[in-house]
Design a protein around this ligand. Structure first.
Ligand code: G6P
Ligand code: MN
Length: 445
């Protein structure tokens, strides 16, 4: 079986390859094709993978290419994990928004819209090529903003594209752990959009254990989201929000902390990653060793400013492993081997959330088998959450419309309608400034 990874020179590729190496089952991936426009990045990552594979019998064969069509032909699965504009683009997304006094973050608010506007046309091009060159392939989309990008691709690939994120799984795992429940024994009632969802229940043998957590302030203070949002707010909500909702519920504090930070996340990672790619190319160093050190630092500093404003302290050791590769592999296995499982994924709504239309991509528990991912019926969200979901989906739709038409007015509308952008004037200036710095927005006229 052949897996093609777009963004194959990306930093998280060794996580995926590591998961493939530990998969010994029949029908596993035997061939990995890494595609990236940057040969140097491909070379560095290929060195890490070669070290990972050393001594492992039957390790999946790795090839690299800078030719997209060649990478897609013959693929059974395509992982798409690209970053249009690179980390410089991410840093610019953050800087421009923060200078306007609004949140600058890669997926939420103004920064996420700018990132979406330059990513959607590229993702659509990929989707069209997959439809033509590998129509039987399944596309697993990691590319952020993951919900929006998955929806853009689904217009060309239907249900053959599935979006994934590690944050709902991480949340479910932490809540289960805090309750002393094995995650595999629990049904996680989580719904929303990508980076905009709520865990409303955790059922074991039909009994909801979440009320026990919400009633216990000590337990609430003992895990990441509990510390980030605080027991009082979680008790008021009666649910545990995805960590990305910190940008909404504590927006003012998050914006201030980001403005005052020495470097934005994107700027920090741009420098950190540049060092990694330089070092990993050198023949006299262990590329895997450099990768592991770089990764540990990246994980430890994730959402550091948010945790700081909340007084949440350090991340826990168990939370540093992400889990993104595990979701991807579980999904691929369930499809390829018809191993039925339940995963929280980004798929077309099909009536799951009745306030959204059938084609809106939502993030909900899905049953997965050889026929793909099927969303499971979910209870409606309360009014406040429905309001946010509808507002943000409307923004996503404006981004998709702007990417399709190239209309600047539509792009301004996307910024202006976002709940975290507080004036149409700000939206106009954001678009001006983003188009001035991003070549990838040159299509807007
Ligand atoms: C989480 C999110 C991803 C995001 C990542 C950013 O895992 O679910 O969507 O890409 O964080 O982490 P970074 O280290 O790049 O800030
Ligand atoms: Mn994510």
């Amino acid at each position: 079986m052949r897996l093609t990874i777009l963004g194959g020179g990306g930093f998280r590729v060794p996580l995926v390859y590591g998961a493939l190496l530990s998969d010994r089952g029949a029908g596993r991936v035997t061939e990995v094709v890494l595609h990236d426009p940057d040969d140097g990045r491909l070379h560095a990552v290929a060195r890490v993978l070669a070290e990972q594979a050393s001594g492992v019998p039957d390790a999946p064969r790795v090839t690299t290419t800078t030719d997209l069509d060649e990478a897609l032909r013959g693929a059974d699965f395509v992982f798409s994990a690209i970053r249009v504009g690179g980390l410089q683009g991410r840093a610019d997304d953050e800087r421009v928004a923060l200078a306007e006094g609004v949140l600058g973050q890669e997926t939420v608010g103004a920064g996420g819209i700018a990132y979406g506007l330059r990513t959607v046309p590229v993702a659509v091009d990929i989707a069209r090529r997959v439809a033509r060159l590998a129509p039987e392939a399944w596309v697993i989309n990691f590319t952020n903003p993951a919900g929006l990008v998955t929806e853009a691709m689904s217009r060309h690939l239907g249900d053959r594209v599935i979006g994934i994120c590690d944050s709902p799984v991480g949340l479910g795992r932490r809540v289960a752990r805090t309750l002393g429940v094995r995650p595999e024994d629990a049904w996680i009632d989580y719904v929303g959009l990508n980076h905009l969802g709520w865990l409303r229940g955790l059922r074991v043998e039909g009994r909801d254990e979440l009320p026990r957590l919400l009633a216990d302030r000590a337990l609430l203070g003992s895990f990441e989201e509990g510390r980030l949002f605080g027991a009082d707010w979680l008790q008021s909500l009666g649910a545990i929000p995805n960590e990305y909702l910190h940008y909404y519920y504590f927006n003012r504090e998050a914006v201030r902390a980001y403005q005052e930070a020495e470097k934005t996340r994107g700027a920090f990672l741009r420098e950190q990653q540049a060092r990694f790619y330089d070092e990993a190319r050198r023949a006299d160093v262990s590329a895997l060793g450099v990768w592991e050190r770089t990764r540990a630092e990246r994980e430890a500093t994730y959402m550091a400013e948010n945790r700081q404003t909340a007084g949440a302290g350090e991340r826990e050791a168990e939370d540093l492993s992400g889990g993104y590769e595990k979701v991807a592999l579980a999904l691929m296995r369930a499809i390829a081997r018809d191993e039925r499982t339940t995963l929280i994924l980004n798929v077309r709504n099909r009536g799951t959330l009745s306030v959204l239309d059938a084609d809106a991509v939502v993030e909900v528990p899905c049953l997965v088998d050889a026929n793909g991912a099927h969303p499971v019926a979910a209870a409606p969200l309360p009014g406040h959450a429905t309001g946010l979901v509808c507002a943000v989906k409307a923004v996503e739709r404006e981004v998709l419309a702007a990417a399709g038409s190239g209309s600047r007015a539509t792009a301004v509308k996307a910024f202006a309608l976002h709940p975290l952008v507080d004036s149409v004037q700000v939206a106009r200036r954001l678009l001006e400034e983003y188009t001035a710095v991003h070549p990838g927005l040159g299509y807007l006229s």
